[in-house]
Design a protein around this ligand. Sequence first.
Ligand code: ZN
Length: 154
Amino acid sequence: MAVRNVRTEENPVLREKCVEVPSITDGIKRLINDMFETMYEFDGVGLAAPQIGIAKKIVVIDDRDGNKLALINPVITESRGEQISEEGCLSLPGFAGRVKRPEFVKVEALNVDGDEILLEAEGFLAIVLSHEIDHLDGILYKDKAFEFGKAAKR
Ligand code: ZN
């Protein structure tokens, strides 16, 4: 396992449309392990593959309930409601913004074993899923933020 470099906003890989993962090879599993290690190293709650320079449809998330989620080729198939919260992103260090997201999302994806999984999430997890899956389409939260600027020092 290895911590990878997190790409920041000026890197064009963050604006790429990521490609689907055709099969879950040992290399993909290593990549996912590195994504978790990188996410925890930088105190993130989620990380998308383009953030470490790989334009493939993979996201990892820590749901704050002790579950590590690795989602391959995730797609939001349903969403409803709305919620507004402050978001940040490891690729936009030092900044924060307020973003409107769905309150509920349904996501289809593959897990690391290649099984199809269906995830229903609301609240915080719905925000993280929306944010990370946006990365796979080259979308950054600042594109959707109605307030964006330097994060307050904590
Ligand atoms: Zn992000």
